[in-house]
Design a protein around this ligand. Structure first.
Ligand SMILES: [Fe+2]
Ligand SMILES: [Fe+2]
Length: 353
């Protein structure tokens, strides 16, 4: 995702907003999702009221959280459809909310922030970077909505978001230098995650409307992997360990701290290690690298976890940088074999595989 441009983000956001603003049920599902993100952000902020904050700072942080909670209420109140009644729209709304969570917690749970191991510093950095999201997304949304209530409410919310950014900037200067992360790096990270989020919700909406492009090429392995969170985590752990995919290894490591003793995870991990061992014996490494890049890209396309999609993207980028020489194209036979063998592994505990 090197050089992800604001233009690419905006085009993807336009693609999504064009679709949802044509149907009030979809637009309401989106507003419910926004409300959910605002509320979850408010809760996270309150969770950062640590003993490190003095009374004055704690009051500002509390006021910030209250703003986000109010934004939640506003987003809920301006929905043209207050309650979805059709089963497929209820399911669509739930899916969007889950993706909103995956975006917020994926960003806040990124190893760069988690490794700070400091709630106050995480709050300040989160404030500096995640607060960019309303600018990107609300501004794009405002260009498309036809709802007067939204046109009236969102600019007021944006004004308050501006004060949150200002608070983040002011508090940043109070951090000890060793706790000050590169702000530009976090801003890039936020844009990348926001891009993955809007791309995924655009795809999910296209699928819902029956206008998604059919999947081409191999992809069944990825589809089956992603049907099981523990199964795919086991697979990706083994893959990242064997091929030294550090971003993926780091992220999966954080996500699976509590899963590593689960049967599905352990079984999938052990089986993946065996399969990957056989790849290495049988293929020249350049073919394996190319194959891995394409595998990771297919995972990113379908992954509902922004944390994993982002880490997979960074790992694919690092692999691609090593592929300067021309070599064989992706070795599709790997996928046919791997899918066949891995499916047998997953069969015991996955439905629909
Ligand atoms: Fe907000
Ligand atoms: Fe905010």
């Amino acid at each position: 995702m090197a050089n992800l441009s604001q233009g690419l983000f905006s085009r993807t956001a336009d693609r999504f907003f064009k679709l949802i603003t044509a149907d009030e049920r979809l637009e309401s599902a989106w507003l419910t999702t926004l409300a959910h993100i605002e509320k979850s952000a408010g809760r996270l902020i309150l969770g950062n009221l640590t003993s490190q904050s003095d009374a004055e700072e704690a009051a500002k942080i509390r006021a910030h959280a209250e703003d986000e909670m109010r934004h939640c209420e506003i987003c809920l109140s301006i929905r043209p459809v207050q309650k979805q009644t059709e089963a497929e729209y209820i399911a669509y709304e739930e899916k969007l909310i889950a993706l909103g969570d995956a975006f917020l917690y994926g960003f806040m749970g990124h190893p760069r922030l988690v490794n700070l191991a400091d709630a106050r510093a995480a709050y300040i950095h989160g404030g500096l970077s995640f607060e960019m999201f309303p600018y990107q997304i609300y501004s794009a949304y405002l260009k498309h909505t036809r709802l007067d209530a939204v046109k009236e409410a969102l600019p007021k919310i944006l004004e308050e978001e501006n004060s949150h950014l200002a608070l983040g900037r002011a508090l940043y200067t109070t951090l000890p230098p060793e706790k000050q992360l590169q702000v530009s790096e976090l801003v890039d990270l936020e844009l990348e995650m926001a891009y993955l989020f809007v791309r995924r919700i655009a795809e999910v909406t296209e699928e819902f409307m029956g206008i998604a492009k059919p999947l081409s090429g191999p992809g069944r392995l990825e589809q089956h992997l992603l049907a099981s969170r523990l199964g795919s985590n086991g697979w990706l752990t083994a893959l990242s360990e064997r091929h030294g995919l550090s971003p993926l290894q780091e992220t999966i490591g954080l996500l699976t701290r509590k899963q590593s003793s689960e049967f599905t995870f352990k079984h999938s991990h052990a089986r993946a290690e065996q399969l990957l061992e056989s790849w290495n014996r049988e293929r020249p490494s350049i073919a394996v690298k190319r194959t891995l890049v394409d595998h990771l890209q297919r995972l990113i396309d379908r992954c509902d976890s922004m944390a994993i999609a982002h880490a997979a993207w960074k790992s694919a980028e690092a692999l691609e940088a090593e592929l300067t020489e021309t070599g064989p194209i992706e070795d599709e036979s790997i996928w046919v074999e791997t899918h066949h063998q891995f499916r047998q592994t997953l069969n015991g505990f996955l439905s629909g595989v």
